[in-house]
Design a protein around this ligand. Structure first.
Ligand code: UD1
Ligand code: CA
Length: 468
């Protein structure tokens, strides 16, 4: 059962009211058209061709792994499909071609395979995938005869009142005999309300030539939502979220409130991960067993180990070991590496830095472009001054260093193993192993000074008055 896939994505998507072409809009971390291409790949399509048109330059980079053809003018879905002839109608083309809309992102691979099998089994020249829509507005309606056989598809704009009341609609997914499709496309006219060449009109053309058209209907409306506007985009996202979260929960992930958890398609969670509310996990992210994520957490493309607590944290492009705790309000920027047992505390920002085993950065610090050794304690409010206004410079802090609160490391600077820096020091020079580095003037203490000072301020009465 070999089949190719033809994906129509040249439309403007005017109902999206956007500067971005519709199929480039993101749905849970992946552009609409990418969902459709990946589905066709997973289903086993031997060739895939995408038709682009409107703002093609904004879509091309998203689909650069498959052949692309262009539709110069938006003359309708039949005209778009025709453009794929050079790619999909060659001598070695598979017998079947599945046509899909680039704006139907929730379709599942098994449905495409079932559709191709159904056409093969019935010997029909075309098989159209239909579903019963609760609200059929915007979809082409399926007209059947009294025996229930397919007659035609009527678009919303061309439908009579009676036809508009039909709830069975065209999903925009079809399986055709390849040769029959490309022959029929040549004979479709544009005599309709929109003056467009409708792909749906190939079906009556095929029947007039003595061919057979079958209907393959599915009950699962959620798979076939066509995204035409932002309301449908949000509906599609909610369906996808539920689908992905359900899969993870069945694989042993706990979610207190799955409706507030958003997980991208490429995220991997091991069992006994717990995801708390208001958490987004995106990109190429992997999380080890026993780790708790959230609440209020956003992770993008991070590798996270086992038994961690990632609380109210934003982490991007970071690698986190086992038994690490972060947050609340931690910000891990790209290139952050936290080794096993690290603790990153409240309002701490890290960038392009490695923090060694069992080290702690507990409060109010910025560590950038740094290598921090093992079992280091960074006192509250300490900062690496890595930027001189033009260039970024590195800081190295050795094993077992004890960094006093509010130490400023003016990079480039190296602080050795087993060192101590005094609270409030501005470290501008390297510190050798085992040394104390202290940079602050000596404290002055004047006994009784405070009362004397107040007397001077308020005169000789000796009593304090509140000035209103
Ligand atoms: C289409 C079907 C409709 C079906 C619905 C399912 C036709 C005539 N109608 O309607 O029966 O119920 O999908 O979602 O096919 N496109 C092009 N070039 C064009 C026009 C469209 O590439 O000239 C692409 C669009 O980018 C889109 C797809 O074709 O991905 C469908 O176009 P759209 O305008 O959304 O069609 P619908 O009105 O939804
Ligand atoms: Ca559509």
């Amino acid at each position: 059962m070999a089949f190719s896939a033809l994906i129509l994505a040249a439309g403007a998507g005017t109902r999206m009211k956007s500067d971005t072409p519709k199929v480039a809009h993101t749905l849970l971390d992946k552009p609409l058209v990418r969902w459709v291409i990946d589905c066709a790949k997973d289903a086993g399509a031997t060739q895939i061709c995408v038709v682009l048109g409107h703002q093609r330059e904004k879509v091309m980079a998203l689909v650069d792994d498959v052949p692309i053809v262009f539709q110069e003018k938006r003359l309708g879905t039949a005209d778009a499909a025709k453009q794929a002839r050079p790619v999909l109608a060659g001598k070695d083309a598979p017998e079947s071609v599945i046509v899909l809309n680039g704006d139907t992102p929730l379709i599942k691979p098994e449905t495409l395979r079932d559709l191709a099998l159904a056409r093969e089994a019935s010997g029909a020249h075309a098989c159209v995938l239909t579903f019963k829509a609760q609200n059929p507005t915007g979809y082409g309606r399926i007209v059947r005869d009294l025996e229930g056989s397919f007659v035609k598809i009527v678009e919303e704009e061309d439908a009579s009142i009676a036809e508009r009341n039909i709830h069975e609609v065209n999903s925009g997914v079809y399986c055709f005999d390849t040769k029959v499709l490309f022959a029929a496309l040549e004979r479709v006219g544009n005599d309709n309300a929109q003056g467009e060449y409708y792909l749906t009109d190939t079906l009556p053309v095929i029947m007039e030539a003595g061919g057979r058209v079958d209907i393959f209907s599915t009950e699962d409306e959620s798979e076939l939502v066509g995204v035409n506007n932002r309301v449908m985009l949000a509906e599609a996202a909610a369906i996808l979220r539920q689908r992905i979260n359900t899969r993870h929960m069945l694989e042993g992930v706990t979610m207190l409130d799955p409706s507030s958890v958003w997980i991208g398609p490429d995220v991997e969670l091991e069992h006994d991960v717990e995801v708390l509310p208001m958490t987004l996990l995106m990109g190429d992210t992997h999380v080890g067993r026993g780790t708790v994520l959230g609440p209020n957490t956003r992770i993008n493309s991070c590798q996270i180990g086992e038994d961690c607590s990632i609380d109210e944290t934003i982490a991007i492009g970071s690698t986190i070991g086992n038994r690490v705790s972060t947050g609340p309000r931690a910000y891990l920027r790209p290139g952050t590496v936290l080794k096993d047992g690290v603790h990153i505390g409240t309002s701490v920002e890290l960038k392009n830095s490695t923090i060694g085993v069992n080290s702690k950065v507990p409060h109010l610090s910025y560590i950038g472009d740094s290598q921090v050794g093992r079992e280091v304690n960074i006192g509250a409010g300490s900062i690496t001054c890595n930027y001189d206004g033009v260039n970024k410079h590195p800081t190295e802090i050795g094993d077992h260093a004890f960094v006093g609160s509010s130490t400023m490391f003016v990079a480039p600077v190296k602080v050795g193993n087993d060192t101590v820096t005094g609270a409030g020091s501005v470290i501008t020079q390297d510190v050798p192993n085992g040394a104390l580095a202290l940079e602050r003037s000596e404290q002055i203490t004047k006994e009784g000074w405070s009362a004397e000072h107040k007397k001077k301020l308020i005169g000789r009465t000796g009593s304090f008055q509140t000035v209103v």
